[in-house]
Ligand binder design. Structure first.
Ligand SMILES: [Zn+2]
Length: 206
């Protein structure tokens, strides 16, 4: 079961199975206590980060400490953790420029605790040891180390590999446009019926 925790402009998700739950992404630093309140009794066994941008990782250290659980992400995004303003990306489309400007503005005002992930995720990695029937799907392009989680119930949580601001699109900002587009096709062909994005409402994949 996927529960959207939309307490800021970036979504995070609680993915629950029979044996436990995984928190996917963590929003901004100030959001940590509110997220904790929502998930503290949900048997969370892992914090999984879809990628290294500040609006997805900033509460990771705070929550990992309080829940006493490991943090997982792709090794390829470890270098952008804590790099602050450098992790804001330029977007070529008008919306991308707005997002980019906004992210730099927020970054100047926000600080977060740098951390080291405990688990490095790879394509196809099963997540059953954390209580859910799902696996990791690499979705590079937005960042090199972007990953999604595809569940056996055919839900997919994709971080910023797709956006749903005004309408469903590929990522509005990206490190590599071609791989970003390939990742969008991978999501659409994944067999998932619902796509859960980092920004905006879920998308029906029909
Ligand atoms: Zn992002």
């Amino acid at each position: 079961m996927v529960e959207r925790i939309g307490i800021s402009y970036a979504n995070c998700y609680l993915l629950s199975g029979e044996g436990g739950s995984i928190l996917i992404d963590t929003c901004n630093y100030k959001d940590g206590p509110k997220i904790l309140e929502r998930i503290k009794d949900k048997n969370v066994k892992l914090i999984l980060l879809t990628h290294g941008h500040f609006d997805h990782v900033s509460s990771a250290k705070y929550l990992a400490k309080r829940l006493n659980v490991p943090i997982a992400m792709s090794e390829k995004d470890v270098p952008i953790i804590g790099r602050g303003e450098e992790s804001a990306l330029l977007g070529p489309a008008p919306i991308g420029r707005v997002v980019s400007f906004f992210s730099k503005f927020v970054l100047k005002k926000s600080t977060y605790s740098v951390f080291e992930p405990n688990v490095l995720l790879e394509d196809g990695q099963e997540l059953s040891e954390y209580g859910v029937k799902a696996h990791v799907v690499e979705l590079p392009g937005h960042t090199k180390g972007s990953v999604g989680v595809l569940t056996d119930d055919r839900d997919i949580i994709v971080g910023d590999a797709m956006f749903n601001i005004f309408r469903p699109t590929g990522s509005r900002i990206f490190e590599d446009e071609e791989t970003m587009r390939q990742s969008v096709q991978k999501i659409k062909k994944s067999g998932a019926t619902t796509i859960y994005v980092g920004h905006g409402k879920p998308i029906k994949n029909v």
